[in-house]
Ligand binder design. Structure first.
Ligand code: NAG
Ligand code: NAG
Ligand code: NAG
Ligand code: NAG
Ligand code: NAG
Length: 258
């Protein structure tokens, strides 16, 4: 399956309203570059056993899928035509190499920790890293990690220290490992506090049309008769962007109804 086209139910632009008649929302505020923008890199690695780990990696700008790491070809697959031209090819080559080195080291270190701490297989490690650009032009990098669906720790970019989300023997051990590896921690800080922000500014220029796009809602109304004395009207609204929407029923042009 192509991760570019995977539907995230939380992001799907579709909403239901059960009543009569639909009024499309007034045109939404266009997104502009004075807004807040976030780049997120998501990594999910399933460690099946000491010799087999499966990783999925995805990059997002707001809710737009930029690309994913194709594990079969060990290269970045771009989801949007404007993503590759946004950065010089040398930058993409560097990013691709960093991902490869990181994934190799990550699997090696996590397997070593699992052995040291007697962590049972299989288990899942998730990382989310990226940066936020605020309207006041300040920015902030972030790095979070989770284990089996629970938050584990995060990198505090203000003082470059790791903060535990849960205090277990395992999380304390990994924190101490990361805290001792100052070179790695500083690399993360530079990548997400600086490089990520610089690259986001380029992506915002190239992705402007995608971020500012406006797609009008399409509404369909269905009638149901759950009981002979009841008429249920269901309004299904799809295809709109951006996601905030207001939908209301009118009766003889009067709102709200009932
Ligand atoms: C590890 O898991 C993979 C995938 O499930 C499996 O093919 C392989 O045989 C396993 N290896 C060992 C040593 O258990
Ligand atoms: C910029 O905006 C962010 C988010 O609103 C805020 O947290 C931060 O303190 C602001 N920074 C400055 C220097 O105003
Ligand atoms: C990262 O951002 C924080 C807060 O904006 C700042 O204090 C810190 O100096 C930055 N670090 C680097 C390496 O740019
Ligand atoms: C780093 O900052 C966080 C929150 O800002 C704080 O909780 C933590 O104690 C600080 N760590 C160090 C070592 O100063
Ligand atoms: C980190 O460094 C401290 C002090 O040198 C040491 O006691 C600790 O064992 C190290 N942690 C790990 C996980 O290697």
């Amino acid at each position: 399956m192509d991760p570019c086209n995977l539907k995230d139910p939380s992001l799907s632009s579709s909403t239901f309203l059960s009543l009569l008649l639909l009024v499309p929302s007034p045109p939404c505020q266009p997104l502009s570059h004075v807004g807040t923008f976030t780049i997120r890199l998501l990594q999910t690695t399933t460690f099946q056993n000491t010799s087999f780990a499966d990783t999925d990696g995805l990059g997002l700008l707001e809710d737009i899928k930029l690309g994913y790491f194709d594990k079969h070809t060990s290269s970045i697959h771009f989801c949007q035509p404007w993503v590759r031209p946004a950065l010089p090819q040398a930058d993409w080559d560097t990013i691709e190499n960093l991902i490869k080195i990181f994934m190799h080291q990550f699997n090696r270190v996590i397997n070593a920790v699992a052995m040291q701490m007697d962590i049972p297989y299989p288990f899942v490690v998730q990382c989310m890293a990226g940066c936020v650009l605020y309207p006041n032009r300040t920015s902030q990098g972030f790095v979070y990690a989770g284990y089996n669906g629970q938050d584990l720790f995060s990198l505090n970019t203000k003082n470059v220290t790791w903060t535990l989300s849960q205090d277990t023997k395992f999380s304390r051990y990994v924190k101490s490992l990361l805290q001792n590896d100052t070179a790695f921690t500083e690399t993360l800080e530079i990548m997400f506090n600086q490089t990520c922000v610089d690259e986001m500014k380029m992506l915002l220029q190239f992705g402007r049309a995608a971020l500012e796009r406006q797609e009008l809602p399409v509404a369909s109304v269905f009638a149901r008769t759950p009981r002979p004395d009841q008429l249920l009207l269901v309004c299904h609204v799809t295809n709109f962007y951006p996601h905030p929407i207001s939908v209301a029923w009118l009766r003889d042009g009067q709102e709200p109804w009932p």
